[in-house]
Each structure stands twice: as C-alpha cells, then as structure tokens.
Design a protein around this ligand. Structure first.
Ligand code: PGA
Length: 253
C-alpha cells in the first residue's frame, strides 16, 4: 500500500524567539506549499505560539516535543495536552529517547502520555529505539517489542489511526553515526511485522514509520527509498531550512 511521507523537524532545546521565528519563516518559504509529503515542526514550548502564527495557512503543521499526562493542576513546569491544542498544536512527540534517557520517562509514563495525547485529539509520534549496548547484545528487537507493546497495548487499531512511529536508534541520535539504509530497513520491517501480529495487517500496512538519527539532506534519499521507511524525524538538520527541505524532497529525488 502507498503510504505518504511524513517528515518532522525536532528543534529540541535550540534557538531563541527571533531565530525560531526566522526559521519558521524560512521553512514556510521553502515548504509551505509542499505537496506529497506531510511536514511538521516541533519547536520548544515558548515558541509554539509565534511559530504557529508564521505557519498559519501553510502546509507545515506544528507539534510539541512532550506533554504531561494530566489535565491540569499542581504540576509545576508541566504542559498539558489541552494547553497544546489551545495554541494550535496538532502533533506531539511521545517517548523521545532524550525524554526516556535524560529525563527518565519509563515505558509506563510513555504509555500514559500516548493515551492522554490521543484522548485530547493530538496526533502522536511514538519514538522507539535501542541503545548501543542493547544492539551489541543482540537485544534490539526485544527492546523495540517491549517499547511498542507497553505503549500500544489496550489501544485498538482504529484508535491508533493517526499514530506515526519513529524508529530512532539511540546510538544514531545527534552522533553523526546514521544507521545504514539496510540497518534501518531491517528494524522498520521488524516493527511493521510485529504490529501485524498485535494490531492486524491493515493497521501494519498503513502505519507510517519514520527513521530518526543523524538524517541529513545528503543521506536522506538512501534511507527514504527503503520500502518500510516512510519519512524522517530530524534533529540537528531541521535547524537549517535548506537541509530540512532537502530531506522532505529526498524521496522524490
Ligand atoms: P538528530 O536527532 O537528527 O540530531 O540525530 C534526531 C532526533 O532526536 O529526533
């Protein structure tokens, strides 16, 4: 089945107001009317409103990098799903490896965040991926299976219709050490096959799986030409609008 390309730019904890708005304008100029690929940017929380303003009536959507899975209350420093919806977010990253490994989000918290995001109408990008020592120990698929199962258990295929999965091997994130197209394809095919077992063939064939980890304009075509790679989640290179645009256009190239 033909799945459309989806490319996200995760700005992480970079930029300040002026540079964030300038980047949003540059992304809009290059990709604001792009067809054939879905494009999302994930700015830091303080820049969601001005970036959404810049991207209004363009084809570039906006998402948040995280949320807290409670509706409201005494949760100092946290941001709820309904807050994100109210400022124009359509998407949210769930379980990014930096949340898991820097901030300590465990599988149970990732599952709660996913459930709340979907209940509030946010489209989730669920990030999964193994660490280097897990890959070297031959445990990649065990880790991916556990991360997928704990997050997706209890949700029907229909409820997960908007879900995007990002396969991001931790050893490839921010390191310049991109997975080879064959390594990435192997993991993506495994994920799709696993989802066939847990959520059925129709869901597995339709769900889009992004690759993330040191994607650049120069390596995107090799990755995106793989049969089970449906897009990219881009960190560092998404801060350069020209490189980000090259990644979005890589499948066509
Ligand atoms: P990177 O980050 O492209 O800088 O490796 C990817 C990500 O963390 O989503």
């Amino acid at each position: 089945m033909a799945r459309s390309v989806v490319v996200g730019g995760n700005w992480k904890m970079h930029l300040e107001l002026d540079s964030a708005v300038a980047l949003a304008s540059d992304v809009r100029n290059r990709l604001g009317s792009q067809r054939g690929a879905e494009v999302i940017v994930f700015p830091p929380f303080p820049f969601l409103v001005p970036v959404a303003e810049r991207l209004r009536e363009s084809r570039v959507a906006i998402g948040a990098q995280d949320l807290w899975p409670e509706a409201k209350g005494a949760f100092t420093g946290a941001v709820s799903a309904s807050m994100l919806r109210s400022v124009g977010c359509e998407w949210v990253l769930i379980g990014h490896s930096e949340r898991r490994h820097v901030f300590g989000d465990d599988d149970a918290l990732v599952a709660r965040k996913l459930t709340v995001a979907m209940a509030e109408g946010l489209k989730p990008v669920l990030c999964v991926g193994e660490r280097l020592e897990e890959r070297q120990a031959g445990r990649t698929f065990e880790v991916l299976g556990r991360q997928l199962d704990t997050a997706l258990a209890g949700h029907t295929a229909a409820a997960l219709a908007s879900l995007v999965i990002a396969y991001e091997p931790v050893w490839a994130i921010g390191t310049g050490q991109v997975a080879t197209p064959a390594q990435a394809q192997e993991a993506h095919a495994w994920i799709r096959d696993h989802l066939r077992g847990t959520h059925g063939a129709a869901f597995a064939d339709a769900v889009r799986i992004q690759y993330g980890g040191s994607v650049k304009g120069s390596n995107a075509a090799g990755l995106l030409s793989q049969p089970d790679i449906d897009g990219a989640l881009v960190g560092g290179a998404s801060l350069q609008a020209d490189d980000f645009a090259a990644i979005v256009r890589a499948r066509a190239a």
